[in-house]
Design a protein around this ligand. Structure first.
Ligand code: CP
Length: 296
């Protein structure tokens, strides 16, 4: 593994290697092999979980972290990402963690640059968010063991969701049965999944129900929010009526409270897994950084 740009480029063995190392970092049986490396965090789009989690992971590994403030950088003067990264490499940076609004920009820039710097995707447009899918998989496996044959329902703004796309790529590799549930304006017919007509159908016998944030920053038109909440928003009543008692409720965050799900669910027992996702992300990102920058 030299870069982490999307899940499609990873084999099942590489995914399992990341998860196994993440588990070792979590239980304290692995030590850093990339201490003293230099990594820049280039977040051209806002983030809380991914940016702090990468910074925490890097700090725990003894990596020197450079938080690249895009507004104060020469990107704001029109410098290209290719030129920026080539210069960072000459300064001594060995890896760049990039979040960007443009889909495919990491793949494109990686092909343009003339240096051996590691590219790590922290989310590009609606294309891919590989470390989110990896931490989601890590969380699912903790609760379910294998996901093979398990029903995973993905509900909400699928069209604009890099999280959904990376999760589909990953879960299909491991034999999960993926169901999409979304109104017409959030559908994505390009994916290899089963399409459902209602939240009731999606929740029925689901082992995991992953709700997605409405990506307001990527919408072309306003959506009928009241109808959306009525049809797709999760409430305690719908959960009790339609879902198995032990269903895992997941959400990559940030959550639009009382839109994707009620505050009652978010603040209750079911909402705890969503915080656990953020917790697990640190160990998964430690494993990714160590495999890319370390001596393995
Ligand atoms: N899940 C996720 O990517 O959250 P942030 O946008 O806060 O990083």
């Amino acid at each position: 593994m030299k870069n982490l740009i999307d899940i499609k480029s990873l084999s099942k063995e590489q995914i399992l290697e990341i998860l196994e190392l993440a588990e070792k970092f979590e239980n304290g049986t692995a030590v850093s092999s990339c201490q003293g490396s230099h990594v820049a965090l280039i977040f051209c789009e806002n983030s809380t979980r991914t940016s702090i989690s990468f910074e925490m992971a890097a700090n725990k590994l003894g990596i020197h972290v450079y938080n690249f403030d895009t507004n104060k950088s020469s990107l704001s003067k029109g410098e290209s990402l290719k030129d920026t990264i080539e210069n960072l490499y000459e300064i001594g940076i060995q890896g760049v963690v990039i979040r960007h609004s443009e889909s495919g920009i990491l793949d494109k820039t990686k092909k343009e640059v003339n240096c051996q710097i590691a590219f790590i995707n922290a989310g590009d447009g609606n294309n891919a968010h590989p470390t989110q899918a990896l931490l989601d998989f890590y969380t699912m496996r903790k609760h379910l063991g294998s996901v093979e044959g398990k029903k995973i329902a993905i509900i909400g703004d699928i069209r604009h969701s890099r999280v959904a796309h990376s999760n589909v790529d990953l879960l299909n590799k491991f034999g999960a049965k993926i169901y999409f549930c979304a109104p017409k304006y959030f559908e994505d017919a390009t994916q290899e999944v089963i399409f459902t007509k209602s939240l009731e159908e999606a929740l029925k016998d689901a082992d995991v129900a992953m709700f997605l944030r409405i990506q307001n920053e990527r919408l072309e038109d306003r959506i009928p929010l009241f109808d959306y909440i009525h049809d797709y928003g999760l409430t305690t009543k719908k959960l009790q009526q339609f879902a198995k008692k032990d269903v895992l409720i997941m959400h990559p965050g940030p959550v639009n409270r009382d839109v994707e799900m009620s505050s009652e669910i978010l603040d209750g027992e079911y909402g705890k897994v969503i915080l656990e996702q953020a917790h697990n992300g640190v160990f998964v990102r430690m494993a990714v950084l160590d495999l890319l920058l370390g001596k393995q």
